[in-house]
Design a binder for this molecule. Structure first.
Ligand SMILES: *Cc1c(COP(=O)(O)O)cnc(C)c1O
Length: 236
């Protein structure tokens, strides 16, 4: 029987993830592929989940809401986009991980809404702007430890790791220093002893650079085009 285009993509990505794990002496089970479905319909998202892609990443509540309402119960949802403070009430409790914690006002609102709803654990990744590009969201890395100190006052917020977006490069290899720096910041954060629990995760690597990210220690790769395809062109 011939494979559908989605099955071909899944198989191909799986081979590349496994190869990058082998090259870097890592275990395949240390890397979670997150299917980023922002460019595809509800039906394609459903299909992806039926094929076993249970970790779903989306970056805007307005777009993900119908998908979450239809499919929410069967997946693990990751909020990966810039999160406006006034949208916290919509997403809290629905996403297992918020990958885009990048400022104190957002942390304060997450804590406040969690308290209001009796949610005792909100797992976040702190987004760092490692490359320093002005167009990218994320906190300047040299503010990380001070920020982590401030989060200690918020009992419901748990820092699960760090996230970054590398600049788009024609040569994926050129992204390596960004991913390596994120790993070093995570190690520094854990060595500082500031966190209640060590933060294991590194959310880094997208369609064009996930193999390099895995070689540098990614535990979560966020894959849209290469894994679930692209049907919708995102408008800003
Ligand atoms: C869209 C998006 C992705 C996936 O992009 P692809 O290049 O299609 O894999 C990953 N991370 C974030 C934060 C995104 O917004």
């Amino acid at each position: 029987m011939s494979l559908t285009p989605m099955e071909v993509r899944i198989q191909n990505v799986e081979e590349h993830i496994a190869a990058a794990c082998r090259r870097s002496g890592r275990s395949r089970s240390d890397v979670q592929a997150i299917a980023v479905t922002k460019y595809v319909s509800l039906e394609t998202t459903r299909l992806a989940m039926q094929l076993g892609l249970l970790h779903i990443g989306e970056n805007r509540w307005q777009d993900v809401q119908p998908k979450w309402e239809a499919l929410g119960a069967s997946g693990v949802w990751h909020f990966i986009g810039h999160l406006q403070t006034n949208k916290v009430k919509d997403v809290i409790g629905k996403f297992e991980y918020i990958h885009s914690l990048d400022r104190l006002s957002l942390a304060t609102e997450l804590e406040r809404q969690a308290a209001k709803r009796g949610i005792d654990r909100v797992q976040c990744l702190i987004q760092l702007n490692v490359s320093g590009e002005e167009t990218k969201y994320g906190m300047a890395p040299d503010r990380l430890l001070e920020f982590a100190e401030q989060l200690r006052e918020m009992p419901r917020l748990h820092v699960a790791g760090l996230m970054t977006m590398a600049p788009y490069e024609m040569e994926a290899e050129h992204t390596r220093p960004v991913f390596r720096a994120l790993r070093e910041w995570r190690d520094k954060l854990n060595a500082s002893g500031i966190l209640k629990e060590a933060a294991p995760h590194l959310s880094m690597g997208m369609s064009n650079d996930f193999e390099v990210a895995i070689e540098e220690g990614a535990t979560m790769v966020r894959l849209g085009t290469v894994l679930v395809g692209k049907e919708i062109t995102e408008e800003e």
